[in-house]
Design a protein around this ligand. Structure first.
Ligand code: AP5
Ligand code: MG
Length: 227
């Protein structure tokens, strides 16, 4: 039975930051729907063209397009033991489709860390975010600066600011999140998988809470050796 961790939370809560760290610690693949869309936009694919028309407005990409992209990603060999999902599922329809995919993959959602933060913190964090062009490594000019300004510590690639991180756009994305994604908190609470974490703590503290919950999650996989 493969292990899936679903990170839930508003824009800027720290999903990508935590996914990066957790992937390294657990050796599970990091699957970010936002990164996959951005990669397709960069490569000028048809999927990228469709995604861009929604992302530029801070709206969600349609469910059918998103579900197909994630399904294609999860059948790749690096997801054989499971994955850390960052940004998917994001609507009840995506969560239902994900259950069908999980049955096919013989996987299950072991844990749903739900990371929260105030709107002002979300706006401040996204305003100061810098992302690496090559692999999406995440920095913040105040909380997590790179060693050399504008350059990724890991791969030396250029750092850029996302087009959808302007303040008005972030506030709109938060409204979209509240309307379309918040129902998933109840969905996974009913399934007994949610742990709610105050995302305004230091990122190391957030990671420690997730890892602790994972060890006690009843996952078929024993993580204690790897962490
Ligand atoms: P996506 O890329 O998923 O963006 P998002 O969900 O809006 O979330 P963010 O990436 O903005 O925030 P994050 O929680 O990852 O925060 P991060 O770790 O970077 O989606 C973008 C768009 O793609 C959507 O609007 C939609 O159009 C489309 N899309 C994607 N998935 C979709 C789906 N499933 N269905 C339909 N459409 C979809 O952290 C933010 C900043 O804070 C960083 O600078 C970081 O260094 C800093 N930080 C993180 N943690 C801490 C901490 N504890 N303390 C201090 N600073 C911290
Ligand atoms: Mg992210």
């Amino acid at each position: 039975m493969s292990t899936f961790i679903v990170l839930l939370g508003p824009p800027g809560a720290g999903k990508g930051t935590q996914a990066e760290i957790l992937a390294e610690k657990t050796k599970l693949a990091h699957v970010s729907s936002g990164d996959l869309f951005r990669e397709n936009i960069k490569n000028q694919t048809e999927l990228g063209r469709i995604a861009k028309s929604f992302m530029d407005k801070g709206e969600l990409v349609p469910d059918d397009v998103t579900i197909k992209m994630i399904k294609d990603r999860l059948v790749r060999p690096d997801c054989e033991t499971g994955a850390i999902l960052d940004g998917f599922p994001r609507t009840p329809a995506q969560a239902d489709a994900f259950e069908v995919i999980l049955t096919e993959l013989k996987g299950r959602v072991d844990l749903v860390p739900y990371i929260t933060a105030s709107e002002e913190v979300l706006v401040a964090r996204t305003g100061g975010r810098w992302t690496c062009r090559a692999h999406g490594h995440i920095y913040n000019q105040t909380y997590n600066p790179p060693k050399q300004s504008g350059v990724c510590d890991f791969d030396g690639s250029e750092l850029y600011q996302r087009d959808d991180d302007k303040e008005e756009m972030v506030r709109h994305r938060i409204r979209v999140y509240l309307k379309q994604t918040m129902p998933l908190v109840e969905y996974y609470r009913k399934a007994g998988r949610i742990i709610e974490i105050d995302g305004m703590q230091a990122k190391e503290k957030v990671t420690a809470i997730v890892l602790d919950a994972l060890k006690n999650s009843g996952s078929r996989r024993d993580f204690s050796a790897e962490m």
